[in-house]
Design a protein around this ligand. Structure first.
Ligand SMILES: Cc1cc2nc3c(=O)[nH]c(=O)nc-3n(C[C@H](O)[C@H](O)[C@H](O)COP(=O)(O)OP(=O)(O)OC[C@H]3O[C@@H](n4cnc5c(N)ncnc54)[C@H](O)[C@@H]3O)c2cc1C
Length: 240
């Protein structure tokens, strides 16, 4: 029997047109022990029928934060439709944490994070921890999204450029809006050529990839083509 604990929404921030940041705290005031990269199952319980629906969400907060934070894409599916109408004070039921997609500070001092859309959430947790603990880790982030307005926590990412060994590249995959066309950074899907344009030491890095199945598969293929050993590639796949 899985134990589920009630958590209360303490803050909702509309971060981008489709993504909201949700903060939760345990109703009984307890804290959750987890590593960056792990996820929890969040369950919505229908107050009338008692029926539950649960989905996995990666923790974007760092382990000792007072609240648990998540970056959630409002895709109007079965679960996110409920969350889209949620308010501060609403209760959801959590189980976990789960997962092996963990950043290990002693493993390798050079890492590459590759995020597809909201797949940046576990990397926020990792970056927050690396920054707080002042780990001597060299981090490069390649962050792919459809449109420039989808970038999550840009100010925070920019701030890490001066507080740690960190840099990021954003690639915009669509050419639809004026903002897409005038985007000054990278365009197109992440592939071996793009990675090589920005990094000449990829095989020395432990690589973490997070996003939808097609994205993670393409990035893993690109990394192995560049010469990264498969044992150095960790992937968190979020579905189709
Ligand atoms: C380990 C793990 C961690 C995850 N962490 C996060 C997270 O931090 N933030 C987050 O937003 N999501 C995350 N997800 C995805 C999340 O669990 C749900 O799948 C997502 O919120 C959709 O649930 P839903 O019930 O609203 O949609 P459903 O009713 O399950 O699906 C509706 C339709 O949307 C499609 N779909 C499902 N997921 C997506 C998607 N992400 N983008 C576009 N279309 C989709 C489905 O194929 C289906 O056609 C994670 C998934 C896993 C496995």
């Amino acid at each position: 029997m899985i134990t589920k604990k009630p958590y209360v929404i303490t803050e909702i921030i509309k971060e981008t047109p489709d993504v909201s940041l949700f903060k939760f705290k345990a109703q009984d005031g307890s804290t959750l022990s987890y590593d960056p990269g792990m996820f929890v199952m969040i369950h919505y319980r229908n107050p009338q029928t008692g029926e539950e629906i649960g989905r996995a969400f990666s923790l974007a907060s760092k382990p000792d934060d007072a609240e648990l934070e998540f970056a959630i894409s409002m895709i109007h599916g079965r679960f996110t439709s409920h969350l889209d109408t949620a308010n501060v004070g609403d209760v959801y039921y959590f189980s976990g944490p789960y997962g092996q997609f963990k950043y290990n500070p002693t493993e390798n001092k050079k890492v590459l994070f590759v995020a597809g859309g909201t797949g940046v959430a576990p990397f926020l947790s990792m970056l927050r921890l690396i920054d707080e603990k002042k780990y001597d880790t060299d981090v490069k982030l390649i962050y792919s999204m459809r449109h420039p307005e989808e970038i999550i926590r840009k100010g925070e990412l920019d701030s890490y450029k001066s507080t740690m060994k960190f840099d990021y590249v954003i690639t915009v995959t669509r050419q639809e809006t004026d903002a897409d066309k005038s985007w000054q950074g990278e365009h197109g899907h992440v592939d071996a050529e793009m990675i090589k344009r920005h990094l000449n030491d990829t095989p020395e890095r432990t690589c973490y990839v997070c996003g939808p199945l097609k994205f993670t598969k393409a990035v893993q293929d690109a990394l192995t083509a560049i010469g990264v050993d498969k044992s150095r590639i960790k992937a968190d796949v979020w579905g189709e």
